[in-house]
Design a protein around this ligand. Structure first.
Ligand SMILES: Nc1nc2c(ncn2[C@@H]2O[C@H](COP(=O)(O)OP(=O)(O)OP(=O)(O)O)[C@@H](O)[C@H]2O)c(=O)[nH]1
Ligand SMILES: [Mg+2]
Length: 292
């Protein structure tokens, strides 16, 4: 992955970033979505500078795919850092209530100030985050109908789109934004596991092999249950082949179809079919600082 900076930050992202900068003055609050399975990797470090001075809320989305106890620990961690945060599942009903409550809380003072002048303020909310974290899904959930396009791959939303929820609440959908420089290799790999990087620039067999090794550490029982030929004894480097064996993916000449197995593993992990798993843990309370 390290040698692959070419499409990591494709041209449309630079354009999307400019679009955000141009629209920022209209925005009353920024809702930043991260993936609950990897909140550190999926948090765009550029956002602090980009959204400086804005009221901000952090949502750990896809909480249904992450370990429930770890979700709670992350929320506790952000609270201790003074960050307004909550866990949500944009694809489920409750996300709307949570999002609206946080938007109202973040804008209450502003709305009140306008009210004092006899004006009903229209609140404009930017939904921001890296690709594929569920921004458009959340917008549809709040709108109560499919207004923004969604999909299980990165780069679905291409341009800006305002979605009017009520006469006084508008949401701005935005394309997923990565940052220009690839940092920590492990964190980048988490992004690739989550499906936030275009699979076409990745070696998916290597990626799936690493994912299987990670899952064997974190959730061995669930992994062995899903792919019956895998066990604690399967040698490192032979996990993907074990998946191909488990599913009977054999090519002509008896060769295992590890490419097909890789796609299956990534798809099933991303859809939460293997296990609820958190790839990252917050630091313990006594040594709050950098997350692992
Ligand atoms: N299980 C689960 N899936 C979700 C959740 N939120 C979104 N998804 C799925 O994640 C995928 C990506 O969702 P999108 O809403 O298109 O993501 P996005 O952030 O708008 O992505 P880009 O526009 O590409 O940046 C879709 O397949 C959604 O159905 C969630 O809370 N739980
Ligand atoms: Mg989108």
């Amino acid at each position: 992955m390290e040698g692959n900076p070419i499409n990591w930050y494709p041209g449309h992202m630079a354009k999307a970033k400019r679009m955000l900068e141009e629209n920022l003055k209209l925005i009353d609050v920024v809702i930043e979505l991260v993936d609950a399975r990897a909140p550190t990797a999926s948090r765009n470090p550029d956002f602090d500078a980009l959204f400086q001075g804005k009221s901000r809320v952090l949502l750990l989305n896809k909480s249904d795919l992450a370990d429930p106890a770890t979700n709670k620990r992350w929320i506790g961690y952000y609270k201790r850092q003074g960050i307004e945060a909550a866990e949500v599942t944009a694809s489920a009903q409750n996300a709307k209530t949570t999002a609206i409550r946080l938007i109202e809380k973040a804008t209450a003072e502003r709305v009140k100030r306008f009210e004092e002048k006899g004006v009903k303020k229209t609140i404009r909310v930017l939904i921001a985050g890296i690709p594929n974290v569920g921004k458009s899904t959340l917008i549809n959930r709040i709108a109560g109908e499919k207004r923004a396009q969604t999909g299980d791959k990165p780069g679905v939303t291409k341009g800006k789109q305002w979605v009017k929820i009520t006469p006084h609440l508008e949401l701005l959908d935005s394309p997923g934004l990565l940052w220009p420089k690839l940092g920590d290799v492990k964190l980048s790999e988490h992004l690739a596991f989550l499906g936030s990087i275009n699979d076409e620039i990745l070696n998916i067999e290597e990626l799936a092999e690493h994912l299987l090794a990670t899952l064997r550490e974190l959730k061995p029982d669930a992994l062995f249950e899903r792919y019956k030929k895998l066990s604690a004894d399967t040698p490192e480097g032979a996990l993907l082949e074990g998946v191909a064996k488990s599913r009977g993916f054999v090519l002509k000449g008896g060769v295992y179809d590890t490419e097909r197995a890789a796609r299956i593993v990534l798809d099933e992990f991303r859809a939460g079919k293997i296990a609820r798993v958190s790839l990252e843990q917050p630091p313990k309370e006594e040594d709050d600082g950098e997350a692992e």
